[in-house]
Design a binder for this molecule. Structure first.
Ligand code: GLN
Length: 185
């Protein structure tokens, strides 16, 4: 099994070490030639979604990755990654991949309360959830399953083989989210 981790910006290193702990080989995607003809799963990490979107286009990574996601490549997207997959953002910014039938609100918890940790259910299992200037989901469309709700806000969703969390599972020791991703591969 080979998992590609988008590594143009943000918290990709934490995902790589987390995958390693689960015994999964991963590789960094920084430029077009890093994308193999076939691989088994993709991680879109947290960071700054506007910067990642810009770099995806500048580095010509956008089209091949979008095609692969549309063709069913399993994806785990966290925080900014969730924003990259969303079809819409609340403030009307143009979408990035837009492959998930969700609307997200960026920096949804405000600047002051931007970062916090809590424990809540992910698909029925209580897990630790670190939020860092996180988005949440304000609207879901057809085919989207809700995996987590925290304080009445949707914070994790799945659509086919795409899993997106507003929080950072790579910053905890829990493997529940990774197990779901790896099972989808
Ligand atoms: N606030 C960031 C954004 O809007 C996301 C933050 C994160 O990934 N931790 O892109």
């Amino acid at each position: 099994m080979r998992v590609g981790v988008l590594a143009v910006q943000g918290a990709f290193a934490e995902h790589i070490s987390k995958l390693e702990k689960s015994g999964v080989k991963s590789f960094e995607i920084r430029k077009l030639s890093d994308i193999p003809d076939s691989f088994d799963g993709l991680v879109l990490c947290g960071g700054e979604s506007t910067v990642m979107k810009k770099l995806l286009h500048e580095l010509n990574l956008f089209k091949p990755l979008k095609n692969m996601i549309e063709n069913g490549l399993p994806v785990l997207a966290t925080c900014a990654g969730m924003i990259l997959l969303a079809e819409k953002t609340d403030n009307g910014e143009s979408s990035c991949f837009g492959t998930m039938n969700i609307t997200v609100k960026r920096n949804a918890y405000g600047r002051q309360l931007g970062s916090f940790r809590c424990t809540d259910n992910f698909n029925g299992t209580p897990i630790e959830m670190p939020f860092i200037r996180a988005p949440y989901v304000t609207k879901i469309g057809n085919g989207v399953e809700i995996l987590s709700v925290h304080n009445d806000k949707i914070v994790a969703v799945r659509q086919g083989k795409q899993i997106a969390t507003a929080f950072h599972p790579e910053l905890t020791n829990d493997v529940t989210v990774y197990n779901m991703f790896l099972e989808s591969i």
